[in-house]
Ligand binder design. Structure first.
Ligand code: ZN
Length: 158
């Protein structure tokens, strides 16, 4: 089954109501170092129901690319996971980041409004990365909607 982009109702159905405290979060260890604003990050908080899926993605990214290539391609450039906030451009809908079921990578080179014409993750060397996210249940907004290439969110009914 291909992951899709859940509506807010689906997010609540599968993950419960979101809250600013993130009472549903767990901390996972990363199998390689990521960098948030150039500061090393070795752990990440995410929703407990998708913790294993995130671990599977990171493990497979590492085995597929190797750490040097992950760094070179800036796949280790972490833009955040849990963040209780509205979807950008919406006055009422929460972002999937509010549940800790979405991750942003290399945000400066894959901005919200960039399409495949300029977004770095649209290049062929990132196809394997997007395939790995999809294999483990994460939808790519870039691949599905040709925007916000930084963003991957969990989208299989659980
Ligand atoms: Zn995002």
């Amino acid at each position: 089954m291909k992951p899709k982009i859940f509506s807010q109702l689906e997010q609540e159905k599968y993950f419960g109501k979101a809250n600013p405290q993130g009472t549903y979060l767990v901390m996972i260890d990363l199998p390689y170092t990521m960098y948030y604003d150039k500061q090393p990050v070795n752990k990440m908080r995410c929703h407990k129901k998708v913790a294993q899926a995130f671990k599977n993605v990171f493990t497979e990214l590492l085995s597929t690319y190797g750490e040097a290539k992950l760094n070179e391609l800036e796949i280790t450039d972490f833009g955040g996971c849990f963040n209780y906030r509205l979807m950008r451009g919406s006055r009422s809908k929460l972002s999937a980041h509010s549940w800790g079921t979405a991750i942003d990578l290399n945000p400066n080179r894959n901005t919200l409004k960039e399409t495949s014409a300029t977004a770095r993750f649209a290049r062929p060397e990132y196809k394997a990365m997007i395939d790995i996210f999809e294999k483990h249940g994460f939808a790519s907004l870039g691949r599905l909607e040709n925007r916000d290439f930084m963003h991957f969110q969990y989208g299989i009914p659980i």
